[in-house]
Structures are given as C-alpha cells and as structure tokens.
Write a new protein. Structure first.
Length: 145
C-alpha cells in the first residue's frame, strides 16, 4: 500500500506573501548570537547589530540560506517577552504591496499593533505588526526589483 501525501493549495497568490524570518527576543544580542552559532549552518551571513530608534530596539539579521532569516531583537520592545521567558517573538512575511496586505488583514479582523513604519534593518522598507492566529506577525514590504 502506497502512501500519498495530500497537498492543500489555498488561493493566496493574489497577495504572494513569502516567509521571511522569525524574531527572537533576547537580553543580549551578542550572547544570544554566540549561543545560536551551534545551530547555524556552516555558511551564513549576518548584519552587524544596529539600533532602530523608530522601534526602540537593537537588531541583527542572520541569513541562513534559502531565503530564511533569524532576527535577534533586544531592548524595550521585547522587555515583557523576556520577563515571561518567551524567546520566539514573532514571524515575518514579505509582501509585494504592504498597504493592500495591511488593509486585507484589518478587513479579516486582525489587530494592528503598530502603524506602517520604516525599518532601519531593512533599508527603510515599511513594516507593520499585527496580532494574528500565529501570534505576533510582522509584514515587510518587498524589495523593489
């Protein structure tokens, strides 16, 4: 007897959202990065640590291949998550038209946590956070080709 896997295809091609990264809340980015290195592939790239005053956070992005990234986040913005010992802080999806996608999320009843704001880590591309069934979810404006 052969086992066939079922594939479910949802009609989401209109928005073309793509997984971009998970955000990890940490007290100390350098220490967390050093601990995380055990789990990183042999080849990876990362940014330096930057401070984004717009969201009051220090950030570092680690690219681990196949368009997958880990974002380390420290500062006031994650203080309550750290107190509750929550490390997996958010998931992020890159979208081609962030304003349209934002409106669609609002129309579906998802609650915006922030306004659309430029993100220093992503060269000023717009981001926005929502509470969704996935928990805290970030949408990121796709790069212009």
């Amino acid at each position: 007897m052969s086992t066939k896997s079922a594939q479910i295809i949802l009609n989401s091609s209109f928005f073309n959202a793509k997984f971009h990264h998970i955000g990890i809340a940490c007290k100390d980015i350098e220490r967390t990065f050093n601990d995380l290195q055990l789990f990183l592939p042999a080849q990876y790239e990362c940014t330096g640590v930057i401070y984004d005053k717009g969201i009051k956070a220090s950030l570092q992005l680690i690219s681990i291949g196949n368009h997958a990234h880990i974002e380390l986040v420290s500062g006031e913005i994650v203080k309550n998550f750290i107190k509750k010992d929550i490390r997996l802080y958010h998931s992020c999806f890159e979208v081609p038209d962030i304003k349209v996608f934002s409106n669609e999320l609002k129309n579906k009843g998802f609650i915006p946590v922030t306004k659309l704001i430029p993100a220093k880590l992503f060269e000023g591309r717009l981001i926005q956070f929502f509470m969704t069934p996935l928990g805290l979810t970030e949408i990121l404006e796709a790069e212009n080709d």
